[in-house]
Design a protein around this ligand. Structure first.
Ligand code: IFM
Length: 450
């Protein structure tokens, strides 16, 4: 039994994806390789060596996908741009076919009454730029700003919402410190540089945008973390605050405090390659903050683990696919913390939230109709939407919510083995089959349209 979350009438409902995860058309119309094409080729890095060369084939099926989203009642689609499709090899020369694809996509969204929400960088760095050092190099921030300029010039009349960068924490920690994501680097020095250069790129893009006179709002999306301490012991609280500084603070403090967190600079002694004026660039006002949330950590103090942080025992139900804990209350805590941190006025959007479940495609023997009964995902969405409503009632300036994801897609190191979609993708046939959760969202959204 579900109750409708008490959300405002003008609350924006959207669905989200990212270029490498859904587009496919890996070597069509002038697109050149990116770091995930390369990473997937390294044995043992990605499940079964899966890559994004075909993915959910949205490059060829965007009209069908937009129609399905619109029919379900979504008001916005968050997609990202493939850098090497628009600027092959990450160079200066614009590929007209790349631009045309995103113009077509935005136009289709508008024709179906939806808003186009464009993320400029969602992890698919052109291989050539990685060969020059990727995010460990300051120049990469200027290269991405050039891509942004090209997009503002060529899509500025069609995009309704801009997001500079998706999840700087994953780009830097997973990509440069832990080596788990492309480009697979494990090097603390390059990691620290990458943090600053990603932050700088965000600020440079916002500066560039303000010069254009375009009016659509621009912001950044972070997967912020605000873990729970395992007990009331002040040492557990200190472990939590260390974690917050390392994960959320590294990317929030430069924007909202014009500095890096003291824990990181003073206690850990990290030196960032900050040049004069960088914090002025990074901290320019943004129009909204995007927040991605899936699950909450529970931490305790440790005398032996790095940064005195250790994961504590858990009790909550796990997502049946990826195994992450289901912790809707963590979303409410995170939203309130973020609202306090940013002063309570900056509009927020949940730019990703969703569940990865062990989805089973079934066929009705009488009708031949296919379906996926993803009851756990429905409960997950319902509980998180209720937390959004509570947050708004408690004064959090939350304006909208994007489901991750519209359709099953390439889940990075898990390849196609993990499914986050509201819509099932049969990768053999590319048939789209809305799961029960897609209809659940349709029914929720039906109450919030006008
Ligand atoms: O699939 C990813 C997405 O690309 C970034 N945020 C988290 C999602 C689920 O892992």
């Amino acid at each position: 039994m579900f109750t409708r979350p008490d959300l405002p009438k003008d609350f924006l409902f959207g669905a989200a994806t990212a270029s490498y995860q859904v587009e496919g058309a890996g070597s069509e119309d002038g697109r050149t390789p990116c770091i995930w094409d390369d990473f997937a080729k390294i044995p043992g890095k990605v499940y079964m060596g899966h890559d994004g060369s075909v993915a959910a084939d949205q490059y060829h099926r965007y009209k069908e996908d937009v129609a399905l989203m619109a029919d379900l009642g979504f008001q916005a689609y968050r997609f990202s741009v493939s850098w090497s499709r628009v600027l092959p090899n990450g160079g200066d020369k614009v590929n007209p076919k790349g631009i045309q694809y995103y113009r077509n996509l935005c136009t289709e969204l508008h024709n179906r009454g939806m808003k186009a929400c464009c993320t400029i960088y969602h992890w698919d760095m052109p291989s050539e730029l990685q060969a020059k050092g990727g995010w460990a190099e300051r120049d990469t921030a200027y290269r991405l700003t050039y891509l942004a300029k090209v997009l503002f010039e060529n899509l500025g009349d069609l995009v309704d919402m801009w997001i500079t960068i998706n999840e700087a924490m994953c780009i830097t920690f997973l990509g440069y410190q832990m080596g788990m994501h492309a480009p697979g680097i494990k090097d603390n020095d390059r990691f620290i540089k990458s943090v600053h250069h990603v932050n700088l790129a965000h600020g440079l893009i916002v500066s560039e945008y303000r010069k254009t006179g375009l009016k659509a709002p621009i912001g950044i999306t972070h997967n912020l973390e605000f873990p729970r301490p395992a007990t009331k012991d002040p040492k557990d609280a200190k472990a939590v605050s260390n974690h917050i500084a390392l994960r959320s603070g590294l990317f929030m403090a430069p924007i909202f405090r014009k500095r890096y967190p003291e824990y990181v600079t003073d206690e850990l002694g990290w030196g960032f390659p900050v040049q004069d004026g960088d914090f002025d660039i990074i901290s320019q006002p943004i129009d909204f903050l995007g927040i991605n949330y899936y699950s909450e950590h529970v931490l305790r103090w440790s005398d032996t683990q790095p940064n005195n942080i250790e994961a504590a025992e858990r009790w909550e139900e796990r997502m049946s696919g990826i195994g992450w804990r289901i912790t809707p209350h963590g979303l409410l805590r995170l939203l309130k913390w973020t609202s306090d941190y940013t002063g309570g006025k900056l509009p927020f959007y949940i730019t990703e939230n969703g569940a990865c479940c062990d989805d089973r495609l079934e066929t009705d023997t009488k009708t031949g109709k296919q379906f996926v009964h993803d009851e756990q995902r429905i409960r997950y969405l319902s509980e998180h939407l209720h937390m959004c409503a509570q947050a708004i009632n408690q004064g959090v300036p939350l304006k909208g919510y994007f489901c991750w994801s519209f359709i099953d897609n390439y889940e990075w190191t898990y390849g196609y083995s993990m499914r986050f979609g509201l819509v099932y993708c049969d990768y053999e046939t590319q048939k789209r089959i809305p799961k029960d959760s897609a209809y659940f969202m349709r029914d929720v959204m039906a109450g919030y349209g006008d």
